[in-house]
Design a protein around this ligand. Structure first.
Ligand code: PLP
Length: 466
């Protein structure tokens, strides 16, 4: 989260970074590495999401539910690599398997004999027919919309304001627009997520408010025959954590069927947070589903999986889909261990239980201390909202008090707990390696922080940080 932080105490304008960054005395090596990195790398980071104010922290190891920074501070981790690690850091089951693989070739340049096993595990868990593997979540969503366009012979893709699907041009529209740029909440403007994103992408993109049934019906009534596909995070996790209305998901399924458009669930985050993902949870089946992050437990792998009907268009001389690292042995073996042994239904249920205990404790403390915050949770994730408003879409999320988030986040970090991925638009992940004791420590840390969040002025705006 990168913003210009300004704060005053009485009449004194304090150095904002001093004020919000209590851990500066413990993170001197991070600061030093940051200044070295700045010489070679914009902002000293290789993903804009990691450009934190006043400087990013640099880490060197992780095990189970803990992570250690370069200064030697150990933290209880609930970021879990933006949800990649619902398996836990360096899960021993995964490590043993990968050691064997490292000694026998990590990429062979031909199809790997085990890929069909992971394909079988994925299609049976997500109740789909066919799958193609790739490396990152962004590649998977890019492929999914191409498959939808190829299948329908149409161009337009509907996406929702505040949903993020990866750093490729096709979907870098209205990911985090300011309210001035976004215009009418019912009929949002299409806003490019930054400079350099090709403008023509706007022509083929329709942006709608999440959870708005009426907007869906109206759009399909007017443009239904032009819509190749609709892509959504079924439980949006790039504006905190938003619970979809059942009626919204149902209407979307019905309309896409009626107009022969392809329904795409981007389950890059949700796919490994509940057994069978959000589609299993809500019992609504999309035509295509994308997976990434945790399916490899820390080894990059992603997938597009879906119905035979749509997937059969993919192939040489038909719909392009290729990648040197697609289905490489390291990723495939990692995926098999994660599916068979780590992200089991039992383990995920246990992590979900711990996550609901965490949500409940947050709610109780917030109520007891009468602080203007809210909590929304689903499966093994939850998000603290720095507003009293219920969050149903991006415009609700814009009411976030960003100053308050800064104070919360770094006070928690100072107390030894990374409470969630960095940014008020993120959420926590409880992994299968977190314990009840970890949850209790998280709660204790928050008890100490909560009262400091009562009267925090709100000057900062949510900023596009992609
Ligand atoms: C819902 C969703 N889809 C796609 C992506 C892109 O995944 P990757 O960063 O692996 O390209 C992300 C990344 O955070 C995401 O949250």
């Amino acid at each position: 989260m990168h913003s210009q932080v300004k704060e005053t105490i009485g009449d004194v304008i304090v150095d904002e970074k001093e004020f919000y960054f209590p851990i500066r005395h413990k993170t001197e090596k991070s600061k030093e590495i940051w200044s070295k990195s700045l010489k070679y790398t914009p902002y000293g980071v290789h993903s804009n999401y990691r450009a934190l104010d006043p400087y990013p922290m640099y880490f060197k190891s992780g095990r189970g539910s803990r992570i250690t920074d370069v200064d030697g501070n150990s933290y209880l981790d609930f970021n879990m690599a933006f949800g990649v690690l619902s398996t836990g850091h360096s899960n021993p089951l995964l490590i043993n398997k990968l050691k064997e693989r490292l000694e026998n070739g990590t990429i062979l340049g031909f199809e790997y004999y085990n890929s069909y096993k992971l394909a079988k595990l994925i299609t049976s868990r997500f109740r789909t027919d066919k799958v193609r593997f790739s490396t990152t979540g962004g590649e998977a969503t890019q492929a999914a919309i191409r498959f939808a366009r190829s299948f329908t012979g149409r161009n337009k893709i509907i996406k929702f304001e505040g949903c993020y699907h990866g750093s490729h041009d096709s979907l870098l529209v209205s990911t985090k627009p300011s309210s001035e740029k976004a215009g009418d909440p019912k009929l949002p403007n299409k806003v490019l997520s930054g400079t350099g994103v090709v403008r023509s992408v706007l022509e083929d993109t329709v942006v709608l408010p999440f959870n708005d049934v009426e907007a869906l019906v109206e759009t399909f009534r007017h443009q239904g025959n032009e819509i190749a596909g609709v892509i959504l995070e079924p439980v949006p996790m790039n504006m905190g954590l938003v619970i979809p209305k059942k009626e919204f998901l149902q209407t979307l399924r019905e309309l896409t069927k009626e107009y022969n458009s392809v329904l795409i669930y981007d389950e890059v985050k949700t796919g490994s947070k509940h057994y069978g993902g959000a589609s299993e949870y809500f019992k609504i089946r999309p035509d295509l589903l994308t997976l990434g992050k945790a399916i490899g437990g820390g080894i990059p792998i992603s997938a597009v999986t879906g119905s035979e009907e749509v997937m059969k268009g993919v192939g040489p001389g038909k719909t392009p889909h290729a990648g040197t690292f697609n289905s490489n042995p390291l990723s495939i073996d990692a995926g098999i261990v994660c599916m068979e042994d780590i992200l089991t239904e039992r383990n995920l249920k246990q992590a979900e239980k711990l996550s609901s205990e965490l949500s409940k404790a947050y709610r109780d403390i917030i109520e007891d201390d009468d602080v203007p915050l809210g909590v929304q949770d689903w499966s093994l994730s939850g998000s603290i909202y720095f507003t009293k408003k219920q969050i149903r879409n991006w415009r609700d999320f814009l009411s976030t008090n960003v100053n308050q988030w800064y104070r919360y986040y770094y006070m928690m970090v100072d107390n030894g707990v990374i409470p969630a991925a960095p940014g008020p638009d993120e959420q926590w992940t409880v992994s299968v390696m977190h314990t009840k004791q970890d949850i209790l420590e998280h709660i204790e840390a928050f008890k100490d922080v909560s009262k400091n969040l009562k009267h925090v002025s709100s000057q900062l705006q949510i900023e596009e940080a992609l």
